[in-house]
Design a protein around this ligand. Structure first.
Ligand SMILES: C[S@@+](CC[C@H](N)C(=O)[O-])C[C@H]1O[C@@H](n2cnc3c(N)ncnc32)[C@H](O)[C@@H]1O
Length: 203
């Protein structure tokens, strides 16, 4: 568990996979579809998804997909419900995977659980294991964000939501990455705007 992550908020109830799934479906609907559409133009086969949670983002796979998360109940849920993919418990800070073994490394809705220093460390790890791309996507703090939206961001277990510029500042501090493109998508019922950054590895 990272220092930025409030896992035991609300007595740990959000750790329950079913509670988490229902909460996401009601407050953040269509996010996997938004991500999948944005990733379509990228050419990849092997995907490593760090902070994979319940495994829902395995839907973006075009071949081989492996998910890692530091929550045992989530990994158990993912392994049961997406049994055609591989999942294991591990920490984003120290990724237990060989160098350059994946085409695409994903960090989806997870960077808000990481301080800037932790985020940089994780990006260096993703850079080590990915051959082509890193995609980081997270809900952003945005201009004109209404009270209800701010309220739900505050309820989150992660405490490090960023603006688009704040995320870019972290990418700029990591050598060996080239910013390629960005895409964003608003999810139902309109409380969350997700910003996805496509980063390329400079060899
Ligand atoms: C909001 S969920 C997103 C899950 C998934 N990526 C998705 O979009 O459906 C954030 C996930 O990050 C995981 N997480 C937070 N800090 C982590 C760390 N240091 N290492 C691995 N996973 C972490 C949490 O357990 C949680 O499952």
């Amino acid at each position: 568990m990272t220092t930025a992550d409030h896992k035991m908020r609300f007595g740990g109830i959000l750790e329950n996979p079913l509670v988490s799934k229902i909460q996401r479906a009601i407050l953040d609907g269509g996010r996997v579809r938004g991500l999948k559409n944005g990733l379509k133009p990228l050419e990849y086969d092997k995907v490593l998804d760090i902070g994979c949670g319940l495994g829902e983002c395995s839907a973006v796979n075009k071949g081989k997909y492996i998910g890692i998360d530091n929550s045992f109940p989530r990994i158990a849920y993912a392994a049961k419900h997406y049994s055609n993919h591989t999942f294991f418990v591990g920490d984003a800070i120290s990724i237990p995977v060989l160098d350059k073994t994946f085409d695409l490394a994903l960090l989806i809705d997870t960077s808000h659980h990481l301080t800037d220093d932790q985020f940089k460390t994780v990006l260096l790890g993703l850079q080590r294991i990915s051959r082509r791309y890193i995609v980081v996507s997270d809900p952003v703090i945005y201009p004109g964000q209404n009270f209800l939206s701010q309220f739900f961001y505050k309820l989150d277990r992660g405490a490090c939501f960023r603006t688009e510029q704040q995320s870019k500042a972290v990418f700029d501090a990591v050598p060996g990455l080239r910013y390629r493109s960005t895409f964003s998508y608003r999810t139902f019922p309109g409380l969350y705007i997700h910003q996805a950054f496509v980063l390329e590895l400079i060899s």
